[in-house]
Design a protein around this ligand. Structure first.
Ligand code: ASP
Length: 438
């Protein structure tokens, strides 16, 4: 029998009721033997996440504030869960130790990591699973970069000895033994690392939504869920703003060929979104898999007669961009035109420098900058086999009277990017959605 690594987010473990749901979910499939918990999240609108409280504890301590009062709120959250679940675990000792370390000036990462640590202790007691402290198995180099190979060797050896385990998310340790965390939302990364180390059949990421939606629900009401998607499509959608998973959590499982399934703890009857390696493993109902987009872009459009035969032209333009410390997003080109798409917030402070350097290095005939642009990515592996997809997309936009400022289709035929004025952004997404979905 293979195994499944199940990561539960903060909202899935925010109180005793949620812990019960988690236990039910684990009971439903005996392969769910390795569990990665986050710290308790919000229970209701306006509530605090435990991780935020822990950062506040550290801040209060540093600034001479009443950190004990904030810590008491953290303590109450765990004691309440332990009481309601009638756990035998003695929380006094770990809480005393954390207080002592905070008192002695423990760092921010240590404080923040205690949210996952304590939740892991509770969950291990509640489920009767072994507790594996990531400080001994998840390693960072001294500059804070994740040490994937050392981690994988140590963690796989440890898990091979255990029939089940709770491995708290979000943190590991530096070479000197100090606790270090991933960036916010990093329990997703721990889950992926554990899935790789356990050679899991599947990485389940349990959260409070039933997977990715085909479009942002704030823009398209009742957008349908994406049932299956490939890692490459996911990358395109996440890059353009669709977020459910931490971006860095994709790599370890993608590389190991392990599928990821986003599931909803409050609706385990939904299949969620299955993310797989190979396009042909999964079938989709629609030509497109999803639409995502962001506003806040600028286009620098450069024209020069006979540009296509001028060697090094593109390199010189990009040199000016690089010298200003900018990274560009897209680079659509025509025969005598080259456009560089950048984030406006990056470009704005160095705009004059960039313009004069491009003029100096490449002497274009004209250079214009167009701000207030939104970029929309229509993503779908099905587009490769469907002639006319671009025509449908542009017809939908033209019916909506949208002026398309930029078009970019990667050679992979996985996505079509269009740049539109920010004022047309939402209408464009709706038009594309209705054309391809319903
Ligand atoms: N608890 C951490 C955070 O709130 C990590 C996580 O939940 O993934 O960012």
């Amino acid at each position: 029998m293979g195994n499944i690594v199940a990561k539960f987010g903060g909202s899935s473990l925010s109180d005793a009721g949620q812990f019960r749901k988690v236990r039910e979910i684990l009971r439903m499939d005996a392969r769910r033997v390795y569990v990665v918990p986050s710290a308790p999240g919000r229970r209701f609108d306006g509530d605090d996440k435990v991780t935020d409280l822990l950062y506040a504890v550290c801040r209060a301590k540093r600034e001479g504030g009443d950190w004990q009062a904030v810590f008491l709120r953290v303590e109450d959250r765990y004691r309440e869960i332990a009481r309601e679940l009638a756990l035998k675990l003695d929380l006094d000792e770990p809480l005393r130790e954390i207080r002592r370390n905070v008192e002695n000036g423990a760092g921010e990462d240590y404080c923040a990591s205690r949210g996952e640590y304590l939740n892991g202790l509770l969950l291990s007691d509640y489920l009767g699973y072994y507790f594996v402290d990531p400080k001994d198995y998840i390693f960072f180099a001294s500059d804070g970069t994740f040490d994937s190979e050392r981690t994988n060797t140590a963690l796989s050896a440890r898990l091979a000895d255990l029939p089940n385990a709770i491995i708290p998310g979000f943190y590991g340790s530096l070479p000197d033994g100090a606790i270090h965390t991933f960036s916010r939302g990093g329990s997703d990364i721990t889950g992926a690392i554990v899935a790789r180390a356990a050679c899991a059949d599947l990485y389940e990421n349990w959260t409070d939504v039933s997977g990715f939606l085909m479009a942002d629900p704030r823009i398209v009401k009742n957008a349908l869920p994406i049932r299956s998607i490939t890692y490459r499509e996911l990358r395109e959608l996440s890059y353009m703003g669709a977020t459910v998973l931490h971006e860095d959590s994709v790599f370890p499982v993608h590389r190991a060929g392990i599928p990821t399934n986003i599931r909803n703890t409050n609706h385990p009857e939904h299949d969620g979104t299955l993310i797989t390696h190979q396009a042909d493993e999964t079938k989709n109902q629609f030509v497109i898999s999803g639409i995502a987009g962001r506003i806040g872009f600028s286009i620098i459009s450069i024209e020069k007669a006979m540009m296509n035969s001028e060697r090094g032209f593109g390199r010189r333009v990009l040199q000016a961009i690089e010298e200003a410390g900018l990274s560009f997003e897209h680079l659509p080109t025509g025969i005598d035109t080259l456009c560089v798409v950048l984030e406006t917030c990056q470009l704005e402070p160095v705009k004059e420098q960039v313009v004069s350097r491009i003029m100096e290095l490449s002497s274009p005939d004209t250079l214009t900058i167009h701000d207030d642009l939104g970029i929309i990515a229509t993503v779908g592996r099905g587009m490769v086999h469907s002639p006319g997809t671009a025509a449908r997309l542009f017809s939908a936009l033209s019916r909506e009277k949208v002026n398309v400022r930029m078009i970019d289709q990667g050679s992979s035929e996985l996505s079509i990017l269009v740049g539109v004025d920010a004022c047309d952004f939402e209408a464009s997404i709706r038009a594309i959605y209705h054309e391809f979905v319903r």
